[in-house]
Design a protein. Structure first.
Length: 684
């Protein structure tokens, strides 16, 4: 018997999912996160999870981990003192950026802090032309002096980004060699390694963020590896990337910028697998945890991969799943703003002290407190009784807020939920309506510890008629770690008009990318049958400033390949913008290769139907405040662990499980599908 383990470290809870390769048994576990040192919560969760199944660390055949360490360090400004060396005359590009305000309609909106202060940004003589040829050679003496000056100022990390280095990396390679000689202890990031693509500011920003986070991630990985080794782990652990794939711990330590969406990406991977299992290809995922909510759209079973995004105000040019995040979680704090209006988040109570009902000293009301007051969540305990909560503390916190607003206490609690649902609906409209997709054509997949609690209210807000709650919603991101592959992405920018492209020229670019992918496959010891390479190219109309990724058809590159690229671009442009520009020339911009190493994954067999009667799972009842009645309604309680395939539960009902709670309102029915997912639909 061997176990595959996924661990997702969030801001409030650390989730553990254990999968038995032999029997297909799934065991889940949750422990409180330890924000001061996330590795403590992770090792505690793994130890306790193994105890639940009576296994030892030696029986672990795979351990995957999703983390928010890089994200939190970036958001909270906890990176290291970083120096930047760039082409002479361009050191202020990092601060000038694109000269855009963060908010078009807010002239006083603050830009994020510049990660490298001006005194730590130095320029040296070197210059490449736009075709990659050398205009001015690198002044090596000046570069050595710059390294020594930054070393004397106490930087721990160095970023190097020269003009047009994505076309010719010779100067940056030499710069890295000089740093190794002059300042070997520095964490070094060069742009031709981190983001070898055009757009100077975005490439520079990505390189700086990587350097800023590098020592933080390196220290975290080192501490976690040591703790796991002390447990007796015999396999090399893997860490999730923002693109949904996993990479080795050591690679993540060198490329932390690839992990800024490490945690939520695997929830989307798991949702893709659920879509394939259930035959429901069009899904909108809704992952609501303790500190934030993450949403994504899956069209035809796949989530779009974007190659550029802005995270906490910093442009990042790395492949990542198209996930939109808002500061709305179970721990989000409700307050009255300066205008006397009720607001919720993004400030969170976190894991400690947590919501008021935890009894750890927080007196401010949170979303969880509102649900406890309304009794949509258990008013006595969480985690099957392992974590006691005190409803009276939630009542007191919300009453204080209600008094300030001049509202009734229950009205205030419901108002908190209304606001957080509106925030999440707005986030879903960003990834759906604003991109030409009608959310009413999709099924809402709700997970995270708090997702199933709010799912039906969110679906109603968006006009969606079907909600899917996975088998283990509270730990779905941890489960997703057991459903993903090794992955790395390679890219090269070369501007070519589509009508002037030749198979030889395009084939040469893709051949170089394939060679780089093969080197990665070899380094990861991925065997031939497990190697998958997907090619694509970013396309735009000549003169446009934004590109659309188009998949390259399989087979040799020829005229038919270019026809497929053209047709794919036109279809995507019409979907995204509502029109196409007939006769306008198109331009190939950045060529991409996504390399995946297929690994064994957790698989689930369908269960035979056991009939509609779910009465054996009833555990009692309690009054629950329901929006439909705007009052407390006596509601039947069910234990999800005792539900079977085919069971039907009419609302109003509460379905409890260790990792989450599902609310089935009046007028809806929950049906257990063959894979033990809950499908909530309007009652017939």
């Amino acid at each position: 018997m061997t176990w595959r383990i996924g661990v997702d470290s969030g801001g409030t809870f650390t989730d553990v999912c254990l999968f038995d390769d032999t029997s297909g048994e799934v065991t889940i576990w949750k422990v409180s996160s330890t924000p001061d040192d996330p590795s403590r919560g992770i090792t505690q969760g793994v130890c306790e999870g193994l105890e639940q199944v009576g296994a030892e660390a030696e029986t672990i055949s795979f351990l995957g981990h999703g983390t928010t360490v890089a994200t939190n360090a970036l958001i909270q400004g906890r990176g290291v003192k970083t120096g930047l060396i760039t082409t002479d005359g361009f050191r202020d590009l990092l601060e000038i950026g694109r000269q855009k305000r963060p908010d078009l309609y807010d002239p006083q909106a603050d830009k994020p802090d510049t990660l490298v202060s001006r005194d730590l940004r130095l320029g040296v003589v070197e210059r490449l032309r736009a075709d990659g040829s050398v205009e001015d050679a690198l002044d090596e003496d000046a570069f050595r002096n710059a390294v020594q000056e930054l070393k004397a100022q106490g930087v721990q990390s160095l970023a190097v980004s020269f003009l047009y280095s994505f076309l010719n990396d010779a100067h940056e390679r030499r710069a890295a060699a000089i740093i190794a000689e002059e300042f070997p202890d520095a964490f070094t990031a060069i742009s031709s390694d981190i983001a070898p693509e055009f757009r100077e500011y975005e490439r520079l920003s990505t390189t700086v963020v990587n350097a800023y986070l590098g020592p933080v991630m390196k220290g975290y990985v080192r501490a976690l590896k040591q703790k796991l080794n002390d447990l007796g782990l015999k396999v090399a652990p893997q860490l999730t990337q923002s693109n949904g794939g996993v990479i080795a711990f050591d690679t993540a330590a060198e490329m932390p910028v690839r992990t800024v969406l490490s945690g939520p990406s695997t929830g989307v991977v798991a949702a893709q697998a659920i879509g394939r299992m259930t035959g429901i290809p069009n899904l909108i995922t809704f992952d609501m945890g303790g500190t934030s909510s993450d949403v994504a759209l899956l069209s035809d079973g796949e989530c779009r991969v974007v190659n550029e995004a802005v995270v906490h105000g910093y442009p990042l040019k790395v492949p990542m799943l198209d996930i939109h995040t808002v500061g709305a979680g179970g721990g989000s704090i409700a307050y009255v703003d300066n205008g006397g209006l009720l607001k919720v988040g993004p400030r969170s109570a976190g894991a400690n002290p947590g919501p008021a009902c935890y009894g750890l000293g927080n007196g401010e009301p949170t979303v969880t407190d509102a649900n406890v007051v309304l009794q949509t969540q258990n008013p006595e305990y969480l985690l099957n009784g392992r974590m006691k909560i005190d409803r009276s503390l939630s009542v007191a916190a919300i009453q204080t807020l209600a008094d300030r607003l001049g509202m009734e206490m229950l009205e205030t609690a419901n108002g908190i939920i209304d606001i957080v649902v509106a925030n999440m609906a707005k986030a879903i409209r960003v990834i759906s309506v604003q991109r030409g997709h009608d959310p009413r054509d999709y099924t809402l997949v709700a997970f995270g510890g708090a997702g199933p609690v709010q799912a039906t209210r969110l679906a109603r807000e968006l006009g969606m008629t079907r909600v899917l709650i996975p088998r283990t919603p509270g730990v779905l991101c941890a489960l997703g770690l057991l459903m993903t592959d090794l992955r790395s992405d390679f890219s090269a920018t070369s501007l070519i008009r589509l009508d002037e492209a030749t198979p030889d020229r395009v084939g040469e670019i893709f051949a170089d990318l394939a060679a780089r992918a093969d080197a990665w496959f070899d380094a990861e010891a991925i065997a031939g049958p497990a190697r998958v390479l997907n090619l694509s190219v970013d396309v735009r109309y000549a003169g446009q400033n934004y590109e659309i990724g188009v998949a390259l058809p399989e087979g040799p590159i020829n005229a038919a390949s270019f026809d497929a690229i053209r047709d794919g671009f036109l279809a995507a442009h019409r979907q995204l913008y509502g029109f196409v520009a007939e006769g306008e020339p198109m331009q190939l911009v950045t060529f991409r290769a996504a390399a995946s190493g297929l690994v064994q994954k957790a698989e689930f067999a369908p269960q035979p139907p056991q009939g509609a009667d779910a009465s054996a799972a009833i555990t009692g009842s309690r009054p629950v405040w329901m929006l439909e009645a705007r009052d407390f309604v006596e509601t039947t309680l069910f234990d999800r662990a005792r539900l079977h395939s085919g069971n039907v539960i009419p609302g109003p009902a509460i379905i409890d499980q260790m990792d989450s709670t599902t609310v089935v309102p009046p007028g809806m029915t929950a049906t257990v599908d063959p894979y033990l997912n809950l499908i909530l639909e309007a009652a017939q």
